[in-house]
Design a protein around this ligand. Structure first.
Ligand SMILES: [Cu+2]
Length: 200
């Protein structure tokens, strides 16, 4: 029986990751997991403060599964427990698995064929564009959504391309750039970053 994607499921999976389930990346960022079977694929990211490059502010979890129509869909869950101001913050998947410093994550994940990773210039049309997370007065919040713009398995939308991918949470909310190219419209400065790692 397929597991429902519930918060309990997340906790179980995150616990397994904490116990050593994550598969490390090779030096070039390519993941090493065996993708030849049909088990569901998962990935996690530790969300680290861009201010000091050390404080753990939250976790992100991804799970790929087939939709009822057989299309690859990815469940996205982002949990932040503190360290960021209350209010809305942009959340995206950026194009490179690097967070030291947070600018190393590059632009927004957008593999093409007409790739434009400029955060403000091609927004909200990137493959890695997600929704805002809303944080309460204590800095806690949860984002739960589904996207079919990315995959964990091999293919043209895979987050595990040559240089991997990373989550970024921004200081400001994402306006989704209704007026086109406007500096900062996609959330501005970076507040937290997490390299995306496969869970097996
Ligand atoms: Cu971004």
């Amino acid at each position: 029986m397929r597991l429902q994607f519930t918060y309990t499921t997340l906790l179980i999976l995150l616990t397994s990751v904490c116990l050593g389930g994550a598969v490390p990346l090779r030096a070039n960022g390519a993941e090493t997991a065996d993708r030849t079977d049909d088990r569901e694929l998962g990935a996690v990211a530790n969300l680290i403060s861009c201010s000091d490059g050390a404080q753990l502010l939250g976790l992100a979890y991804l799970r790929e599964r087939p939709s009822p129509e057989g299309v690859k869909e990815v469940d996205v869950m982002v949990r932040v427990w503190g360290g960021l101001p209350a209010g809305s913050h942009a959340v995206h998947i950026h194009e490179t698995a690097a967070c030291q410093p947070c600018s190393a994550a590059g632009g927004h994940f957008d593999p093409g064929p007409h790739s434009n990773t400029n955060p403000d210039g091609n927004h909200p049309f990137h493959s890695g564009d997600l929704r805002n997370i809303h944080l309460n007065d204590k800095g806690g919040g949860l984002l739960s959504m589904v996207t079919s713009r990315v995959s964990l398995s091999e293919g043209p939308l895979s987050l595990f391309d040559e240089d991997g991918s990373a989550f970024i949470i921004h200081v400001q909310p994402d306006s989704y750039c209704p007026d086109g190219v406007v500096a900062g419209c996609a959330g501005g400065a970076r507040a937290a970053c997490g390299v995306i790692l496969p869970t097996r």
